[in-house]
Design a binder for this molecule. Structure first.
Ligand code: LLP
Length: 421
């Protein structure tokens, strides 16, 4: 459940009509609901109750400082994948001991930053990385706590571009080599092995692939303990999917996920970490856009909106579906019209939806793209020299701009023309 609902025919974010925000900040913009973010975080927290656990928000999904501060204040940790994300987490007030560092290509500079400023653990993904981290830690006179990410060779049954746990994927070390790699890690004086990490993909709509991976992690825990390693923490990654199309069967809930974690790993006495991103932020955000023109084509009608693929890239990048709803609730019984919903960017890939049945709309009408709180603003660009769009957070009956729309001058001033031109 989220807090974007129609009231008296108007779409609200919590207690604020989205049209009021549009009037104040202009379109397009992202809008997040604080109550929804809170609710989704708590669902995971409750799901893992009874197990020692930490929920590390995968901030690649949404790294606005206000979102991080809200979740951090609720007790969330952060899963970061770059020095930039690490800095954002710290700037939002999250202490180093609640930050885990994931990613296949951590640089020595990023390792140094995290080791000097405080880190809960590194999730190491390869032997060269392990060696590099050892060297950096020793040069600083520190010991880096690590888990090693294993690739369990499980098909997450999700989109090709976001599956990460098959042997052809670039992530982790093959689980078949885990004993050898852990043995190597134990010889490196700058590292302290504390656990195992696994993440098999994103937008999973079934529990079975998770369960298959977690069973392999449970078996590996026994094997590694017998080899003398201290395995006291299991990082299970993120990946639980959300219902993008409300008409489809809904993915499992955090409580189903939690029950499965307890059943597969609960008797190991390990601290459990999870790294959800999408489930916390996805349905806590919408992108609001205005119709610029309705254009009648030869074969179909186009709804040309003022948001584009540079603002929300998921439909053009993954063929992803986002529900698109008008800010004025359609009157009951109104006959739907079929549109291709497109943006102004100069390529045909700038299409949000094809042959989508919607209520008839006209120039100036406002629409909301739902489920846009995760992998929305963070993946945006200035393609076609379109300034990044603002982000707004609503809490109850008030809202604040949490990232302002840059001016054209700000955008232009980042470029430099060399004096010899
Ligand atoms: N942990 C690790 C190591 C990850 O790589 C990811 C996502 C997560 C956690 C969080 O997964 P989530 O709970 O959000 O599914 N841009 C794509 C999604 C890329 C996900 C990458 N890794 C999209 O828009 O669908």
């Amino acid at each position: 459940m989220d807090h974007f609902l129609y009231r008296d025919g108007r779409l609200f974010a919590e207690d604020v009509p989205l049209a009021n925000i549009a009037a104040a900040v202009g379109t397009p913009f992202y809008c997040y609901s604080a109550a929804t973010l809170t609710r989704h975080f708590r669902l995971f927290d409750e799901a893992l109750e009874g197990m020692d656990h930490l929920i590390c928000f995968a901030m690649k999904a949404n790294s606005n400082l206000a979102v991080l501060k809200l979740l951090g204040d609720l007790g969330a940790g952060m899963d970061v994948v770059s020095g930039g994300e690490y800095r954002r987490a710290r700037a939002a007030g999250v202490p180093g001991e609640r930050i885990v560092f994931s990613g296949v290509g951590k640089t020595a500079a990023e390792m140094r930053l995290a080791l000097e400023s405080g880190i809960r653990q590194f999730n190491v993904e390869s032997e060269p990385e392990m060696q590099a981290l050892n060297d950096v830690a020793l040069s600083l006179g520190k010991i880096a706590p690590i888990t090693i990410r294993v690739n369990p060779d499980v098909d997450a049954k999700t989109h090709e571009k976001i599956a990460t746990g098959r042997k052809q994927d670039k992530f982790g070390i093959p689980i078949s080599r885990a004993r050898a790699v852990y043995a190597h890690a134990a010889t490196l004086p700058g590292l302290k092995v504390i656990g195992i990490d696994v993440h098999i993909g994103s937008q999973l709509t079934e529990l079975a692939p998770f369960e298959a991976a977690f069973r392999k992690v449970a078996d590996l825990t026994h094997v590694l303990r017998a080899d003398g390693h201290d395995i006291s923490r299991l990082d299970l990654g993120g990946g639980l999917g959300i219902p993008y199309e409300r008409s489809n069967a809904d993915p499992p809930l955090p409580r189903d996920f939690g029950a499965m974690v307890k059943a597969t790993l609960g008797d190991l006495g390990c601290e459990i970490e999870i790294e959800p991103g999408r489930l916390i932020a996805g349905n806590a955000g919408v992108m609001v856009s205005a119709v610029i023109y309705v254009k009648q084509g030869e074969e179909r009608d186009f709804l040309i909106v003022d948001a584009a693929m540079n603002d929300l890239v998921r439909p053009s990048m993954y063929g992803a579906h986002h529900d698109i709803v008008p800010l004025i609730e359609p009157a009951p019984g109104i006959e739907a019209h079929v549109y291709d919903v497109v943006g102004p960017v100069c390529e045909s890939g700038d299409t949000f939806a094809k042959r989508r049945a919607m209520m008839p709309l006209s120039s100036g009408d406002l629409v909301a793209f739902r489920s846009a709180g995760a992998y929305g603003a963070v993946m945006s660009s200035e393609y076609n020299s379109r300034p990044l769009i603002p982000e707004v957070m609503v809490s109850g009956d008030h809202f604040a701009v949490i990232r302002a729309r840059p001016t054209f001058d700000e955008m232009l001033n980042r470029d430099t023309i060399p004096e010899w031109l």
